[in-house]
Design a protein around this ligand. Structure first.
Ligand code: 13P
Length: 339
């Protein structure tokens, strides 16, 4: 294991003012995104959409890396160049989703366990050869009146830690993502308690599996009330709860924290991230690894005419990337949206 290279990659992923673009939707998930703008889910359209995003001019100024899906890391752009080579030239580190999805957990109705450990060592070796320098594994934790169970949190965190150890062995920085779902009627205090429990359990397993925290990135959800909770969380509530939760449960030696957006609007995700970064100093960089909150506007513009709107859609992505870059430094305000 080349520890120096791991630490270098991890530091580059959370370099000041930069965050990660998550475009690793599985074929089923991207089908829903493309359907929302009436674009057919063909391999060529998926490639064209992701090529549009990855060839955004100066994308490397605000985006340190992008998480790809298996199909994308193997694809060539329309000019024949490998998409990963285009990324590298733009200063964007290639990453790869390596879990094989969240599936119903036997014996625990309503809960999901993420699969993909079988054969992972060989897959990581191949992904490293294809150019991946970091990876992502997403565990899903569901909140209801009775859930999550301790068994579900333990099993998911154990798998996350086994994945992280295998990544580091292959010279790949693991992003560990224990997503506490924002769907449900739970309040922000419940989201706090479950997030804290999930992080504490995760770091116990990472410690047991000898994972080097300086070469590892956490991708958590923000601590926020469920989407059906009568009392929705304000920006200050989310920022304070999230930062306190992280301070209580995440070791200072971790390389960095990059949030998922989880169904928040683009502006809400940016505002919440910005507010957190006004609460420092904090032991780790707090940045973004948004999927929907970076892509929503770009997808809409691109989808309205996929042959004509490449440049207009790229401007949307560049704008969101810049707004989130400001948010990583606590320097965002709503007036900049129109700049
Ligand atoms: P969202 O930001 O759309 O939640 O997606 C991020 C991601 O990678 C989820 O695994």
């Amino acid at each position: 294991m080349n520890v120096e290279q791991l630490l270098e990659t991890a530091a580059a992923m959370v370099a000041p003012g930069k965050g990660i673009l998550a475009i690793d939707e599985s074929t089923g998930t991207i089908a829903k995104r493309l359907a929302s703008v009436n674009v057919e889910n063909t391999e060529d359209n998926r490639r064209a959409y992701r090529e549009m995003l990855l060839t955004t001019p100066d994308i490397g100024e605000y985006i340190s890396g992008a998480i790809l899906y298996d199909e994308t890391i193997r694809q060539n752009a329309s000019n024949g160049q490998k998409l990963v080579d285009i990324m590298r030239e733009a200063g964007v580190i290639p990453g790869i989703k390596v879990d094989t999805g969240a599936h119903p957990m036997a014996g625990f109705e309503g809960e999901l366990i993420t699969e993909g450990l079988d054969g992972l060592r060989a897959r990581l070796k191949e992904y490293a050869e294809l150019g991946a320098r970091f990876a992502k594994w997403r565990a899903v934790i569901t909140i209801t009146d009775d859930l999550p169970s301790q068994a579900n949190i333990e099993a998911n965190c154990h798998a996350l830690a086994r994945y992280a150890a295998l990544c580091q062995e292959a010279g790949i920085v693991p992003i560990v993502e224990p997503e506490v779902l924002m769907t449900g009627d739970h309040d922000i205090d419940t989201a706090y308690d479950i997030s804290e429990l999930a992080h504490k359990t995760l770091f116990k397993h990472l410690f047991e599996q000898d994972v080097i925290l300086e070469g590892c990135i956490l991708k958590p959800s923000m601590v926020i009330a469920g989407d059906k909770c009568p009392e929705q969380s304000g920006v200050e509530d989310v920022a304070e709860a999230t930062v306190n939760c992280l301070l209580n449960s995440v070791p200072a030696s971790l390389a960095g924290i990059v949030f998922l957006s989880g169904g928040q609007s683009e502006i809400q995700a940016t505002q919440n991230l910005n507010e957190m970064n006004t609460l420092g100093p904090l032991p780790w960089p707090l940045s973004f690894s948004f999927g929907r909150a970076l892509q929503a506007s770009a997808l809409k513009v691109w989808g309205s005419d996929i042959n004509k709107n490449t440049s207009a859609a790229q401007q949307e992505l560049a704008h969101r990337a810049r707004m989130n870059s400001l948010a990583t430094q606590g320097e965002y305000n709503a007036n900049q949206e129109s700049s």
